[in-house]
Design a protein around this ligand. Sequence first.
Ligand code: PLP
Ligand code: TYF
Length: 401
Amino acid sequence: VWSAVPAGPPDPILGVSEAFKADKDPRKINLGVGAYRDEHGKPYVLTSVKKAEELVASSDPDKEYLPITGHAGFTKNAAKLAYGANSIPLTQGAVAVTQSISGTGALRIGGAFLARHYPNAKTIYLPTPSWGNHTPIFRDSGLEVRGYRYFNKETVGLDFEGLKADLLAAPEQSIVLLHACAHNPTGIDPTHEQWQEISNIVKEKNLFPFFDMAYQGFATGSISNDAFAVRHFVAEGHQVALAQSFAKNMGLYGERVGAFSLTTADPEEKARVDSQLKIVIRPMYSNPPLHGARIANAILSNEALYGEWETEVKSMADRIISMREKLYNMLTHDLKTPGEWGHIKSQIGMFSFTGLTPAHTQALAEKAHVYMTRDGRISMAGLNSGNIEHFATSVDSAVKG
Ligand code: PLP
Ligand code: TYF
């Protein structure tokens, strides 16, 4: 039956982990997938998460189905985390929110909802580059995918003029995907002033903003600072779509905890939107899983646990920042590696877009057992005091050829 099915390519990011696993050298380093590692290179389960799990277990909960839109306490608290407790649409009861299968599921629900109900052009503009999964998610949702300029190779910074020109040239009422903070893969975010300008263009051109917030807390270490863009747009009167993930900031990767929300005009409109979100979700997976939402809700609804969690998010962000400093110093001062490496320090969040070429990344894998995506992106969280020297000297050799 399947004789005509062609073999497909592996996921460009998860495929890196496969190559890493197959390598038996003890010096090997995986800087491919964006998953936090502690200073010993081990996956990290947050103490606040362990305590939340104990709290959940001690309440001896049942295993009944959740409603289609998920755990009501969790979705309420997730929306509060993103929009802020004083957000006007939130206090007015005008935010439609559903639990989702992490951030990917939230994007997919959003894509499907927009393809069905957005009254205007079914085109979504993604930054170039963007997270590799964005294009297939929105294409498979039934939207047409186009790009807007984002990264300037020359400055290794934001191509703000290109971004503005492309959004101004987009047909009115197009959808525009914005990384809320800690842009993946570049690690480059607009400044607050630039966000204000983007908000003005989005308003002027009547574009529809769809925020992907997969790293709230990871950019600056502060939950509220990292929500600046979303909260600014909402305060400016935009109606927004928002995909949230708790994979990174709570370390709940495999638990698949996320939320999708839409701000609406009023509670009556919200109720209609809610009903249609259910109609989108029901034939996809009926209702979401329980456990992760209970953990996240236990943290978000308990003041002491919330405080502990915020401290842990900041400590993850700070460890990454310290690795940026160290790597920069090794390349620039110790090894005098050719090139300008300041962007390693200035980039934000989990990733650094190093500027290493596909040829460099191939040499690093083959000669040094160092794995990263072909675009030269590294997950800073994969570096630690035990492996950073091997990484820096290997990069130095690759660059010097
Ligand atoms: N959006 C971006 C930009 C990401 O980097 C990721 C990956 O973590 C996601 C969304 C969704 O990830 P997940 O489905 O694991 O929450
Ligand atoms: O960019 C990353 O590394 C993360 C993790 O199909 C990820 O966003 C990567 C690929 C993928 C799902 C998650």
